[in-house]
Write a new protein. Sequence first.
Length: 355
Amino acid sequence: MSKTAYLILHNGWYTEGTRFGGDADVTAELVFNTAMVGYLETLTDPSYHGQIVVETFPQIGNYGVIPADFESEHIGPSGFVVHDLCEAPSNFRSEGALAELLAARGVVGLCGVDTRALARQLREQGVMNAAIVSELPADVDAFAAGLAGLQLSADVYAVTCAAPYTLNPEGSPHIALWDFGAKGAIAKCLAARGCRVTVLPAQTGASTLLALRPDGVLLSNGPGDPAAYPAIIAEVRRVAESGLPVFGICLGHQLLALALGGRTSKLKYGHRGANQPVRRSADGRCFITSQNHGYAVSELPPGAVASYVNLNDGSNEGIEYPGRNVFSVQFHPEACAGPKDAGALFDEFLRRTEV
C-alpha cells in the first residue's frame, strides 16, 4: 500500500507526496539537481552526503538500476524527491527498479511532488533545511521554525575510504588521490590513462602522502563546507608547498584555495547538474560541465589567477597558481554521466607530472 508523506521546508512551505524506498523520517539540507540523466551517479555521489536531493527532470528511474554506473558503494543523499517515479524500467543493463534499491539501502524517497515548484522555492529563497515526515505536524510553522534553527552539516570523514588502496599497480605515473568523498570515475579516468593510482583516506597526513613519493597529487571532490576542515587544510598546504604537481577538483579546489590564503562562501542554491556553462579565461572557450557544490571560492589566494568563470552567476570555476605546479577547477572533468567537455584536464595534469 502506498504511504503518504510530507516534505516540509524551514520557511513553512510544504507539499504532499508518496513514499518509496525507506520508511524513516529524515531531516537534512534540501538541494536540487537539474541533470536530465545520471540519477544513479547522483545517488551514489558522496558529495551529496547529508542532503535531500530534488530531481527537476520529470521522470526518474526509467532505465532502472545499473551497478556498473555507481560512483561509490554507498548512497550519498539522505532523501530523494522526484515527480514521476518509473516503476517499470526498460534498459538491457538494468538489474532492478530504483524503488527496490532505495528500500534495500534504507534511503527515503518521495514521489508525486511538483519538483519544479520546489526548485523555484530554493532558487528564490536559497537552499533550506527540510524534513520528510509521515504525519503533518499540528503546528507546521512551529515545526518549520525548529528546522530553521538546526545546524546541519555533511562529513568528509563519513564518506572517505577506510584504508589506502591501489588501482593499476603496475602503471605510471604514480598519482596519489586524496579521497575526500571521491567519485569513482576520477580514479578510473586516471587508471585509463595508464596511471598507478593510490587512493588515500581524508585523514592522511602530508608526511605520509609525501613518503609515497608520488609523481602528482589529486585532491578529490567531497561534501560540505570546506572551511569546516581546518586539519585537512593544514595538510593540503604542506602538500601544495612541496613542489609536487597538484590538481584539485570541486571540494579539492576549495581546500587548495583556503590552504593558500583564499576564502570561500556559501552559494544561494549551489550548482548541481550536468549543464553548467563555464568560460576559460585564457582563450574564451566555453565548456558545458557537470557540477555538484554549494560553496565557491569567493576570494582568490594572493598571486592566484582565475582560470575559469561560471557564465550563469560569475562565480569562480578554476584557479592557476603561478610559481607553483598547482591548479584546480570547481567542476567535474570526469563528468559521469556527462558531459565530457573537460576531460582533457586529466591529460593536462599528467603533462605537469612530466616536468
